[in-house]
Design a protein around this ligand. Structure first.
Ligand SMILES: NC(=O)c1ccc[n+]([C@@H]2O[C@H](COP(=O)([O-])OP(=O)(O)OC[C@H]3O[C@@H](n4cnc5c(N)ncnc54)[C@H](OP(=O)(O)O)[C@@H]3O)[C@@H](O)[C@H]2O)c1
Length: 420
């Protein structure tokens, strides 16, 4: 059945939703049939006016009203959602997409909710052909597609994959929005005092239900030195989300990176003392956030839903992450080489022929909003128009869109190295 729209942007009035609307308004032509959707007609009309597209269609619904979700989904080929916390608002929309075979992408980083979606809708989405893709923003595209790019390079140049990848958040500047804070606090609230949920949250394979937990791959919580890049690192806040997505990608790609593939995320620190101090305060900080009096202060001090970093902060923002991969050893002796046409260097080999590869993902916009709007907007366009695998299910950026999305994002100004 032919649909009225290619893409419906659900939650277009929110802080991030407006940025995605601006991204689409600036980057798609008349041939793309898209609409903005939300719960407030007046706000949507104001947004349409600011976008200067007088004939841009508006759809109205409520996240908790299944009928309205079904009706919106029935009109489009792809839904792009920025309505969060997704644990509170996201399920009816995903249910409608899974039932109707409609593609979907979002910005959730709520792993317990994603696990619930996998447990409930994987089989139905496989059957209907709906490609449900979570984590299409700063979490987890740099990690997920950065790892894919490094693995593709390792395969193309060395004929084997990396058995280990270390993602290092090298530098970043930006801010947080109210919706992100609300989502983070909601996750902490959910796991507080609930041992089963806390254990599931900590499970490195919590998004691969068929796989036993591998407690040897827990998230980094202390200072470590990275030999390849010669920096000290400490814990990275997004690791508990991104690493789960990368592992699910590996599983959905038929264990393309290997069943014993190891993945870790960390953040670059100026020196050992800073890494040690940051690691200690990171653990204390997470504990403190769970304590009610501190939670009250956090609620007051940080942006409320609808608010976020200023234009100035966003325009000055940027991010750069490095990925260090180590290939499985080869039986023949290895060679030292430099990746073609990039500054990324495949450095040194060991006597067993294991090669160390260094990749990079970066953008010259703030990670959480400017760059995220680009990543989510391009994901929606990729689902709507590109030649990507037809398989339905609860997917990840790498398993659903892979190198096709990497190429789109490169065209849109993001850097992914090495280029193979
Ligand atoms: N992965 C990433 O890198 C990344 C980056 C940025 C944001 N995010 C996530 O994106 C989500 C949104 O963040 P944000 O700061 O943009 O949030 P926000 O400004 O608070 O916007 C939330 C949106 O949800 C809508 N909404 C709330 N309740 C609704 C309901 N019952 N029915 C329909 N719509 C409803 C709001 O509509 P009204 O305008 O009518 O209130 C608004 O459009 C959060 O979960 C955040 O964590 C992730």
């Amino acid at each position: 059945m032919s649909k009225l729209f290619d893409i419906v942007l659900w939650g277009a009035t929110g802080f991030t939703g407006q940025l995605v609307a601006e991204y689409l308004a600036q980057n798609v032509g008349d041939s793309v049939r898209w609409a903005i959707a939300g719960r407030n007609q007046e706000k949507l009309e104001k947004l349409r006016e600011s976008l200067a597209i007088p004939n841009l269609p508006i759809l109205i619904g409520d996240s908790h009203d299944q009928q309205s979700m079904d009706a919106i989904v029935a009109q489009t080929r792809v839904v792009c959602s920025t309505v969060g916390p997704y644990t509170l608002y996201g399920t009816p929309l995903v249910a409608a997409c899974a039932a109707q075979g409609v593609d979907y992408c979002d910005l959730t980083g709520e792993t317990l909710w994603m696990r619930q979606i996998i447990d409930t809708y994987q089989a139905q989405a496989e059957q209907s052909g709906a490609r449900i893709v979570h984590c299409c923003g700063y979490d987890s595209i740099p990690s997920d597609l950065g790892t894919l790019v490094l693995q593709e390079h390792a395969q193309a140049v060395y004929g084997r994959s990396c058995h280990e990848v270390q993602y290092i958040s090298w530098a970043a500047s930006g801010g947080f929005s109210g919706g992100t804070i609300a989502s983070l606090l909601n996750v902490l609230e959910e796991t507080k005092g609930n041992k089963t949920k806390a254990k599931l949250m900590a499970n490195p394979y919590n998004l691969v239900p068929e796989r036993e937990p591998d407690w040897s791959q827990t998230d980094q919580d202390s200072a470590r030195y990275d030999e390849a890049t010669r920096v000290w690192t400490g814990p990275f806040m997004m690791a508990s989300i991104n690493s789960r997505i990368v592992r699910r990608s590996n599983a959905l790609l038929g264990w393309r990176y290997g069943e014993d593939f190891r993945y870790n995320e960390s953040m670059k620190m100026p020196n050992r003392a800073a890494a040690t101090a940051f690691s200690a305060s990171y653990k204390l900080g997470i504990g403190a956030m769970m304590a009610l009096p501190v939670r009250g202060l956090v609620d007051k001090a940080l942006p409320s839903p609808g608010e976020g970093p200023s234009v100035e902060i966003r325009e000055k923002g940027f991010f750069k992450s490095k990925l260090v991969g180590k290939t499985t050893p080869s039986t023949s002796s290895g060679t030292t080489s430099t990746s073609s046409g990039t500054t990324s260097t495949d450095s040194g080999t060991t006597s067993t022929g294991s090669v160390t590869l260094i990749g990079e993902v970066s953008d010259n916009l703030d990670p959480g909003y400017g760059s995220t709007a680009k990543m989510l907007g391009e994901s929606a366009l990729c689902l709507a128009f590109d030649d990507i695998p037809q398989r339905g299910g609860i997917l990840t950026p790498a398993s659903a869109m892979g190198m096709t999305l990497v190429n789109r994002l490169r065209q849109a100004g993001m850097t992914f190295k090495p280029e193979t």
